[in-house]
Design a protein around this ligand. Structure first.
Ligand code: NAG
Ligand code: NAG
Ligand code: NAG
Ligand code: NAG
Ligand code: NAG
Length: 519
């Protein structure tokens, strides 16, 4: 298999996920122990888009399609009975006039109808009588009309990967027209017309066989999709499919586990089973779009937990916009004893988040509570001396936005409290300290977080798909991205990660810093 056909097969495999699934009795949904935290609902419009794309890809990967030779003994005037052979029968173009996709109890049904196809072939015979050989040959063009292809497939979850089953596949040709060229073609037209039946069944059989082969290939590609997607050196996303795909008569819902784990594959948190209120959530604005991708707030918790446990939520600060605060002289009137004990010494601030940030998605915004300790450190005669620690409880509000295929955010300070945890420099005037903390949070900490949140985090979209005109809805503890998609056949075989994920990876490696805090 060469690279381009492999990438095409891959694209087709992905497309099949989109519109293939099996009906599941409602009862099994509630017996399931596991819950998906990222779900995708594909609307009618999305199914239509996928169907058109799939047909285009399937046709272009199918042709030219060579059929087996056909032989038949025929009676030619004057010459008598000969064995006529049709060879090099090749379907070289197919055109599909209309198609539809429907979900049903037994699976999903794709119908392509009003299709036409053109074939080319050679014909010939050679007839030996005593010592003379009579032979003739030429070419013929065949036009196939009114072809209908029906495909019924099911997609089920098999231990976290999707399994594709072909339930039924049929091809029916209504009518063909053969035009003979070469040789004494006027003589053979009627004879070759007698091959119609055989050519029709050869075309029907070849197309059904090709589709069966295609489904087997797609199934093995689906089985080979990884259950985990490495995002960067710190986190991986668990993309294990959970439950069987669920259908309504106008949409398809797929669920993946959707939680972040440490890059080494270790789960960081256990979430209790939660019961989803509504099974399929198609919002009123969203239903006009092709796809809705919903991320439960637990997805963000899991990311925050991994970054927290991997020690990415602590910073040594030695530069802030108000640089006077990085020397004890700047604190002379705020903490007089600090200046008395360590006159004109440089300082650093060490900020450490003390527990994974709490993230709550309300209908208006994403509320975040961050617990952090800020340690004031003094550089005194070459030694680092921690002098006091202030505990901060920061309330912030996040808004979500889409940049390319990334879910990004921006964070805004709502309020915060500060309290003295310990001090080697006596009691502090907390109302003065609070004002300094406010400056540090507003001028350094929030802009810093925004720098990272602004890049965002790539949504787990199949290769080649790009979000178009995305909107975000916050609802029911979920961030829902409603969007159309476009497809570009761009797939880098050397790197299984989408381009945007590689950027996230580089970011962590080169800067060795918090890549994205909450997402
Ligand atoms: C088949 O050939 C005919 C005549 O050349 C042409 O009009 C038609 O568009 C062709 N069909 C396809 C599917 O290429
Ligand atoms: C299927 O969709 C149609 C039109 O959208 C709707 O009228 C009908 O009630 C739906 N049927 C079921 C079983 O959901
Ligand atoms: C990934 O998700 C699946 C399905 O929910 C679960 O069984 C599996 O334990 C998860 N893997 C990790 C590493 O958390
Ligand atoms: C202050 O930060 C700089 C840069 O990170 C570091 O080189 C220095 O050792 C730090 N000093 C203290 C007191 O932590
Ligand atoms: C800070 O804001 C949060 C969220 O609006 C609110 O619940 C909390 O009471 C506020 N705290 C203070 C100290 O104002």
């Amino acid at each position: 298999m060469n690279i381009s056909s492999n990438s095409m097969a891959h694209a087709i495999a992905i497309l099949f996920i989109v519109f293939s699934f099996l009906f599941i009795p409602a009862s099994t949904l509630f017996e399931s122990e596991q819950e998906g935290y990222i779900s995708a609902v594909i609307s009618n419009k999305g199914l239509d888009f996928a169907k058109d794309l799939l047909i285009e890809k399937a046709v272009s990967s199918m042709i030219p399609l060579q059929l087996s030779d056909i032989e038949k003994s025929v009676k030619i005037p004057v010459i008598g009975k000969v064995q006529l052979r049709l060879s090099d029968i090749i379907i070289y173009s197919v055109d599909i006039a209309s198609s539809s996709v429907e979900t049903g109890e037994s699976g999903i049904v794709l119908v392509a109808s009003g299709a036409t196809a053109n074939l080319s072939m050679d014909w010939g015979y050679s007839y030996k009588a005593w010592v003379i050989t009579i032979s003739d040959k030429g070419t013929a063009i065949v036009q196939v009309h009114g072809m209908v292809v029906v495909l019924n497939v099911a997609l089920i979850n098999q231990e976290g990967t999707l399994k594709l089953l072909l339930l039924d596949c049929g091809c029916h040709v209504e009518d063909i027209y053969i035009k003979v060229d070469g040789g004494a073609s006027w003589l053979y037209q009627g004879i070759i017309d007698a091959f119609q039946g055989k050519i029709v069944s050869a075309v029907e059989d070849a197309i059904v066989k090709k589709i069966r082969e295609g489904i087997i290939k797609l199934d093995s590609l689906l089985q080979s999709l990884p259950k985990q997607m490495q995002v960067n050196g710190v986190v991986a996303l668990n993309v294990t499919f959970v439950d069987d795909p669920v259908l309504s008569n106008s949409s398809v819902e797929l669920e993946i586990n959707g939680l972040f784990t440490g890059a080494d594959g270790v789960s960081v948190s256990n979430y209790y089973y939660y019961h989803k209120g509504s099974q399929t959530f198609l919002s009123s604005t969203g239903s006009a779009k092709m796809v809705e991708i919903s991320l439960h707030e637990n997805v963000f918790h899991s990311a925050a937990s991994v970054y927290f446990k991997a020690n990415y939520m602590r910073w040594i600060v030695d530069k802030i916009p108000d640089q006077s605060l990085m020397n004890t002289a700047g604190w002379r009137f705020i903490i007089p004893r600090l200046y008395e004990q360590y006159p004109d010494d440089d300082m650093n601030l060490s900020i450490a988040v003390t527990s994974p940030p709490i993230i709550r998605i309300t209908d208006h915004d994403v509320d975040t509570t961050i617990y952090a300790d800020l340690v004031i450190e003094v550089l005194s005669s070459g030694e680092v001396v921690p002098v006091a620690c202030i505990s901060l409880v920061i309330s912030a509000s996040c808004s979500a936005e889409i940049h390319g295929n990334n879910l990004a955010g921006s964070i805004r300070l709502v309020n915060f409290t500060s309290s003295l945890k310990w001090s080697n420099i006596g009691n502090l005037h907390m109302h003065l300290v609070q004002a300094v903390m406010s400056t540090i949070l507003r001028t350094f900490f929030m802009p810093y977080l925004n720098l990272h949140l602004g890049k965002g985090f790539p949504l787990p979209l199949p290769h080649g798909f790009t979000l178009q005109n995305a909107e975000i809805i916050l609802h029911d503890s979920r961030v829902t991205v409603c969007s159309d998609v476009s497809f570009t056949d761009r797939y880098d075989l050397n790197n299984q990660l989408p381009v945007s994920w590689q950027h996230a990876l580089l970011d962590v490696h080169t800067k060795n810093q918090l890549c994205s805090l909450f997402m």
